[in-house]
Every structure is written in C-alpha cells, then in structure tokens.
Design a protein around this ligand. Structure first.
Ligand SMILES: Nc1nc2c(ncn2[C@@H]2O[C@H](COP(=O)(O)OP(=O)(O)O)[C@@H](O)[C@H]2O)c(=O)[nH]1
Ligand SMILES: [Mg+2]
Length: 326
C-alpha cells in the first residue's frame, strides 16, 4: 500500500501542495491512483481542479502510424527552445502498458527523459470499465495544477473514445497521413466537431496535396460560419519540415483562446457537461458493481428483474433516486 493516505484532510492539503509545487514523485503516485480510478483521490482532484485552468492543453489524435509521437517530439523540441515546460500524457486504449506502441513512444521521446522540463506519462486502458476518458481527464486535472506551461495528450485512433479524450483539450490536432484516403473517415466519429488543426503528416508521400485540398473543401463546407476556422498544416515530422508552421498555428490558436472577443463559452460549457456526465457514469457504475455498499434491497430488485417481475429501467430510476436522497 502507498504511504499516502488521502482520506485525512491534512494529507489532502499536503498532496495538493506538493502537486502545485511540481513534485514529480507525488504526481507519479497520484496518477497511478487516478489511472485505477481510486475513489480515495476524489478530494485531491476536487482541490486540484479549482487550481487549474491556465495550462495549454493540446490533444493529438489520429490513426496509428500517422506520426503523432514523432510530431510531439518535434513540438517538445520547439517548445523547450523557447523555455516552456511540457507534460505529455500518452493514452493508448489498445495496448497494455508494456505494449509495442507505448514502449516505442517512450524510446522515441526518451531523448527528453533527462530533461527536467519534460514529464512523460503513459496511460493504458486496462480495467477502465468505459472510463478511460474520465481517467484521462483526471490525469489532465493533476498535470494542469502542476507548473507546466503545456500539456500534450496523445491518443491512438480516430474512434469515439479518442474524440471523448481529446475533448478535454483546448486545442485538438487531428494527424493523418495522405494514405488516409480522399475521404476523411474520421469525420464520421465526430472528430470534425473537435479538430482545430488538421495535420497532414508524411507530406513526402504521394497524395498529400490532394488530401490537403480535400480537407480544405470539407472545412469550407462545414465551417463557413464557425468562430474558429480550423487550419490545415502539411508536415514531415521525421525531417522537421512544416514544424514551424504547425507551431505558429498552435500559437495562433493560443492567442485566439486568450482573446477577449472570442465566443468559446459554448464549447467550454459543453466540455464541462461531458466531464460531469463521465463522472456520473463512473459513480453510478461503481454503485452498481461495487456491491460492498449495498444493502440486500438492491439484490432483491435485481432478483425481481431476473424473474421479470420488475424492469431494469425502474431499478435504474430507483438507483438514481437513492443517490439523490443521500
Ligand atoms: N515518410 C514519413 N515517415 C514519417 C513521418 N513522420 C513520422 N514518420 C514515421 O512514421 C512511423 C510512425 O510514427 P509515429 O510517430 O510512431 O506514429 P504514431 O503511431 O502516430 O505515434 C515512424 O517510423 C516515423 O519515423 C513523415 O513525415 N514522413
Ligand atoms: Mg504514437
């Protein structure tokens, strides 16, 4: 067991103070508990959330092999050069902790491992019971309260869970190679709604120009009255080509978010609603599956459903009502 007891008020304060001061040992332990959805850390997360909000959070998603990690490497180099400190959260829903992708990413980003201004953390999907996005959001809450200038979240894929995860970022990069084809499949999963910068990486491969044109047409069609017109950047992450343009776009987005006449409340509010819903889901799941806290009443309701004397909708309504009564 960990020596950190987060139940007591004093130790919550202590952990919060250490996180705010940038203590990496405390952060590593806290992030492990966050990853396992340990309910004991909720008081810490509550405090940390209110201390955060000023860090740039860049979400990077796209199919495996698109060059996300290589791109992050380049972004880290550029941000370090101007003195920013960076936390990277690599979320991989498919591979276990020792899996190839994460390991490869670690090796690739390892050139920054000895740099005190860079903190790299991987998060795997095991045991999340549908709560990976919630766990990632909690991890962001921890990193956001630490003295980092930028948080980068990498997720693999272009499915719903990646959309859910990058939704927690302020700036979302969708990275795709030209081979992703002339149809942007990712648009189906709702990434269109959250992508701020479309990166066509591996621009050295054939079809890149056409792919950029296709994305531009799609954006023109869907975003004609949008507050933020998503930009398109062609890059070659492995040679560094296009990195300066990408950093400029990230900077432009940062200025946009800092601007006074912007209207991002809608998205900000939607982001909070998603967060609240994710937390609710987690709490309800815990109540349903963690039977330690249950009296015999819940079991008898379940038994009634089994015998078709009752329906699961009514049990769900009762569960929520019980939660409200507390
Ligand atoms: N040809 C080419 N290869 C690249 C480029 N960027 C990255 N790669 C390579 O593509 C492979 C996958 O890159 P990686 O960053 O791991 O992709 P990820 O799965 O999206 O994180 C690696 O072998 C990279 O060296 C690029 O611009 N052009
Ligand atoms: Mg990667």
């Amino acid at each position: 067991m960990m020596s950190m007891t987060m139940g007591a008020e004093a130790s919550v304060t202590d952990v919060v103070a250490k996180i705010v001061a940038g203590d990496r040992k405390t952060a590593a332990r806290l992030l492990s508990r966050v990853e396992h959805n340990d309910p004991a850390v909720i008081p810490v997360l509550k405090s940390l959330y209110r201390l955060g909000g000023s860090t740039d959070i860049i979400g990077i998603t796209g199919p495996p092999g698109a060059g996300k990690s290589t791109l992050i490497n380049g972004i880290i180099q550029q941000l370090r050069a101007r003195g920013d400190s960076i936390a990277v959260l690599a979320v991989d829903p498919s591979s276990p902790f020792t899996g190839g992708a994460i390991l490869g990413d670690r090796v690739r980003m390892n050139q920054h491992a000895s740099d005190r201004g860079v903190f790299i953390r991987s998060m795997a999907a095991r045991g999340h019971l549908g709560g990976l996005s919630k766990a990632a959001a909690d991890a962001i809450t921890v990193l956001d309260a630490m003295p980092f200038d930028v948080i980068i979240v990498e997720t693999v894929g272009v499915g719903q869970s990646e959309v859910d995860i990058v939704r927690h970022a302020n700036t979302v990069l969708l990275v795709q190679p030209p081979s992703a084809g002339d149809k942007i499949q990712a648009f189906k999963s709702g990434i269109m709604e959250v992508a701020d910068i479309f990166v066509v990486n591996k621009a050295d491969l054939p079809g890149a120009d056409e792919f950029v044109r296709n994305i531009r047409e799609t954006i023109t069609l869907h975003y004609h009255d949008a507050e933020w017109m998503p930009s398109i950047v062609a890059s070659q992450a492995n040679s560094g080509e296009g990195m300066d343009v990408l950093l400029d776009e990230i900077e432009r987005r940062r200025h946009y978010l800092d601007g006074e006449d912007r209207n991002t409340e809608q998205r900000g509010i939607r982001k909070i609603k998603y967060r609240v819903a994710e937390i609710c889901e987690q709490l309800v799941r815990r109540q349903v599956f963690d039977e330690r806290d249950w009296s015999g009443e819940f079991h008898s309701q379940i038994e009634k459903v089994r015998l078709r004397e009752l329906d699961p909708y009514s049990v769900a309504e009762m569960l929520l009502a019980w939660g409200n009564a507390e």
